[in-house]
Design a protein around this ligand. Structure first.
Ligand SMILES: [Zn+2]
Length: 359
C-alpha cells in the first residue's frame, strides 16, 4: 500500500544531477523483494522476482535527480560561486537556504546571498539580480576557512534545504523535489502492487539520473531495459497559480495528469485510449495536458530503437523548481492506482495493435 513515509524520505534525500546516491539509498531501503542494480551513470533498475525474458516489458520511469547547483569557485571572502544543475530563476533562490556537500559527504548549510535593499542600484531594484551574481554563503570569512574547516571544494553539489511536512487534515504534502521524488515513489508502489500478479508483461522500474540537465540517464535506461512500452511518472508543474481554471491542465487535488503533448513528445493514442477507459471504469479522475513547452524522459524513451509507446502520468505539484512545493497525497494515490489498473487492463489485443504488417 502507498505510504506517505516513502515520499517523505525520498523528498528529504539529496539528489543533485550526477549525485543521486542518497536517493538511491532510500529506494534500496524500500525496495522489498525487488532486485536492484545500479549502473555507472547512477541509474537504478528494479526487477521483479518473476521477470520472464520471453515476455514484453513495460518500463516504469522516474528521475532520481532534482534541480540543484554545483560549486564553480571559492572567492577570497569565502563565498561560493555556483553553476546551475537544471533550470532555476534567480528570484526563487536569492535569500534561500541550501546545503553544500563537503569532501566527507556531510551537508553544510548555506544561504544564497541577496543584496539588502540598501545596496540595490535603481536598475537592480527595477529588473532584479542576475543569476551569475549569486553566491552561496556558508558563514565563512575566507577561502581557506571554506576549504580547510568546512571541507568544501570546487565541484561540490548544492541542494535546497527543506524538511518534508504532511497535513493529514487535507492530505497535502509540503516539501522539496516533488519533481520527481513523487515519480520515484510511484514506480516503487506500482511495482510492489503488481508483484504477485500474473501479467502478460514484465514490469520493470528504471529510475534515471540527470533528467534535469537534459534527459541523460533515461537515454541509457531505455537502451538497457529495451522496453516494449513505458510509463513515465512525473511530479508535473501545477498551473493553479499561473493560469485561469478554464486553462488549467494540472490542478492540485483534481487527479493525475495525462500528458498528450509537450516539447519532447506526442503521446501514443492507444495508451491514452486505454487510460481513459480505465479512468471511467475505475472512477479515477484524470486531467488532460497539452503543453507548449516542457519535457520529460518520454522525449528520449519513445525514440529508443524502433520506437516505444510511452504514457506520461503526472502528479500536480505547485511551485516546481523552487524550494517549497505542495502536492496532494490523494492525487499521488490516484496516479499509482491509474498506473496499476492500466497495466492490469493490458491484454493481447492491446499488445498486438502497435506493429502492423500489410499484405
Ligand atoms: Zn524538473
Amino acid at each position: 500500500m502507498t505510504d506517505v513515509k516513502l515520499i517523505e524520505e525520498l523528498s528529504n534525500a539529496y539528489g543533485a544531477p550526477g549525485f543521486e546516491d542518497d536517493v538511491i539509498d532510500v529506494v534500496i531501503k524500500h525496495k522489498g523483494n525487488l532486485k536492484a542494480t545500479r549502473d555507472n551513470l547512477k541509474n537504478l533498475y528494479l526487477y521483479p522476482e518473476n521477470y520472464d525474458a520471453s515476455k514484453p516489458t513495460i518500463m516504469l520511469d522516474a528521475h532520481l535527480d532534482e534541480v540543484a547547483f554545483i560549486v564553480s569557485y571559492i572567492d577570497s571572502n569565502g563565498l561560493l560561486g555556483i553553476e546551475m544543475l537544471g533550470r532555476w530563476e534567480w528570484y526563487n533562490v536569492s535569500a534561500h537556504l541550501f546545503k553544500v556537500r563537503n569532501k566527507d559527504g556531510e551537508y553544510v548549510k548555506g544561504i544564497i546571498g541577496s543584496k539588502p535593499p540598501h545596496f540595490l542600484t535603481p536598475d537592480e531594484r527595477e529588473n532584479g539580480l542576475k543569476m551569475a551574481d549569486l553566491k552561496v554563503d556558508v558563514g565563512a570569512t575566507s577561502r581557506e576557512e571554506v576549504m580547510e574547516s568546512f571541507g568544501i571544494e570546487v565541484g561540490a553539489p548544492i541542494v535546497p534545504c527543506v524538511e518534508f511536512e504532511y497535513n493529514e487534515t487535507n492530505s497535502t504534502m509540503l516539501g522539496k523535489a516533488f519533481d520527481n521524488r513523487l515519480g520515484c515513489a510511484a514506480v516503487i508502489d506500482t511495482l510492489k502492487a503488481l508483484e504477485k500478479e500474473d501479467l502478460p508483461v514484465n514490469v520493470v522500474g528504471a529510475l534515471a539520473s540527470q533528467e534535469e540537465v537534459g534527459l541523460r540517464g533515461a537515454t541509457v535506461t531505455a537502451h538497457r531495459v529495451d522496453p516494449t512500452f513505458a510509463i513515465v511518472f512525473e511530479g508535473t508543474p501545477s498551473d493553479d497559480y499561473a493560469k485561469p481554471v478554464e486553462q488549467s491542465q494540472a490542478r492540485m487535488g483534481y487527479g493525475p495528469q495525462v500528458r498528450h503533448k509537450d516539447s519532447s513528445y506526442i503521446a501514443n493514442e492507444d495508451w491514452i485510449k486505454l487510460v481513459k477507459k480505465v479512468s471511467t471504469d475505475k472512477a479515477i479522475p484524470i486531467q488532460h495536458a497539452v503543453r507548449e513547452g516542457g519535457g520529460t524522459n518520454a522525449g528520449r524513451i519513445h525514440l529508443n530503437k524502433t520506437g516505444v509507446p510511452v504514457l506520461v502520468l503526472g502528479v500536480p505539484s505547485r511551485y516546481a523548481h523552487t524550494h517549497h512545493l505542495f502536492a496532494s497525497f490523494k492525487d499521488y494515490e490516484q496516479t499509482v492506482k491509474l498506473a496499476v489498473e492500466s497495466i492490469k487492463a493490458i491484454d493481447d489485443s492491446f499488445l498486438n495493435q502497435f506493429e502492423v504488417e500489410y499484405d
